[in-house]
Structures are given as C-alpha cells and as structure tokens.
Design a protein around this ligand. Structure first.
Ligand code: HEC
Length: 180
C-alpha cells in the first residue's frame, strides 16, 4: 500500500502542479482500491478556508435540518469495530493517530483533516461528517464510502474518529473563525 499510496500521491501532485484536474488520478486510485470515487470532480482553486466553507454549505444544503441533529454517543462495540475499519481503510491518508499524516497524504493539495484537533472538529457537525464519509469530499482525494461500508460500519468509524478529539479547553474564547 505504501508504494501505491506514494505513486498515487505523486500522480496527484503532478496533476495539481500542472493545473490539470486530478479526477484521472483519483480514478486510478479508485481502481486500485476498489473505491468508486465519483466525488473526485473539479478541484477548486480557492484556499483552505474557502474550500471548507464550500463543503460546509454543501453539507447543510444536502442535509437540511438533519445537519444539526445530534449523533448518539458511541457504544463500546462501535468503538472496537470503528478502530478496525479505520486501520483498514483510512490510515493510509489519515495517519495511524488520525492527525492527517498518512503516507499518501504528503502529496495532497487538500490535506486530510486532523481528527485530534478539537477546534477543527467543531467545524462540521457530526451529521455533516457522517454524510461526508458516505459521499466523499468533491475535488479532494477523500473517497465516498457508502458503497464499501455498511451504514453501521460508517457509524462505527465515525464514532471512532470522533473519539480521537482532544478535549476542548477553550470554548468560544475569541475564536471567531477557523483559521489554519
Ligand atoms: C485517499 C485518501 C483518503 C482516505 C483513504 C480516506 N480519507 Fe478521509 N479525507 C481525505 C482528505 C484529503 C480529506 C480532506 C477533504 C476536504 O478537505 O474536503 C478527508 C476528510 C475526511 C473527513 C472530513 C473531516 C473534517 O473534519 O474535515 C472525514 C470525516 C474523513 N475524511 C473520514 C474518513 C474515513 C472514516 C475514512 C476511512 C473509512 C477516510 N476518511 C479515508 C483523504 C482520505
């Protein structure tokens, strides 16, 4: 997987640096892993914050009122199976500790999220994240998982990554926006 990951990352880097949409590279990756990433379409030229705001609008639009609905606390069983799923399918990009430093991530223009960053973790709602795991994130290497993982597996892996969050120490202390 390391070699494949690096090859993929290199392909993405090349595509991005030459200004070509990397849908092709995403497709190649999809074929290699059996992931059908139809979400890898156009890559936006905007900055990190622009991109995140776009994703946020998309999630809110798609989910409507459901966006704000709470996702119940994880059960023990969800945590156990969620960790297995994470190790199997997500670590290449998201890194073993969930910090977004997986081997494949080095070449990505749009880096995977740091799941341990409590500030970042507040940016999308839990329902938003669940939906993003199902559908993938357009224009980024984040694949859609809804055809690979079952609903309860998606709930489990979401429960697991949610548990990686470090506790929020400063709540609303002048943090007006997401700035990194
Ligand atoms: C091929 C690389 C890759 C794999 C494999 C991958 N991801 Fe991602 N993921 C990304 C990238 C890149 C982003 C950033 C997307 C963006 O900025 O819109 C991301 C974003 C996310 C987000 C949004 C997080 C946030 O708060 O910004 C979640 C949730 C997520 N991934 C979960 C998963 C899960 C769960 C798995 C395994 C089932 C997985 N990812 C596998 C590359 C990957």
């Amino acid at each position: 997987m390391t070699i494949t990951g690096l090859k993929f990352a290199a392909a993405v880097l090349l595509a991005v640096s030459t200004g070509i949409s990397y849908a092709g590279a995403g497709h190649q990756h999809a074929a290699e892993t059996g992931v059908h990433n139809m979400a890898a379409m156009d890559s936006s030229g905007g900055g990190h914050m622009d991109h995140m705001n776009e994703v946020l609008q998309w999630l809110k639009h798609e989910l409507g009122a459901k966006y704000e609905q709470p996702v119940p606390p994880a059960t023990k069983q969800q945590m156990v199976s969620g960790q297995k799923i994470f190790t199997k399918f997500c670590v290449t990009c998201h890194g073993a500790s969930g910090k977004g430093d997986g081997v494949a991530a080095a070449g990505f223009k749009q880096k995977p999220a740091d799941f341990t960053d409590a500030e970042h973790s507040k940016f999308y709602s839990d329902q938003g994240r669940l939906y993003l795991i199902k559908k993938g994130s357009k224009g980024t290497p984040m694949p859609a998982w809804e055809d690979i993982l079952k609903e309860d597996e998606i709930l489990s892996v979401h429960a697991f990554i949610r548990s990686l969050r470090s506790p929020v120490k400063t709540i609303n202390k002048g943090h007006t926006g997401h700035t990194h």
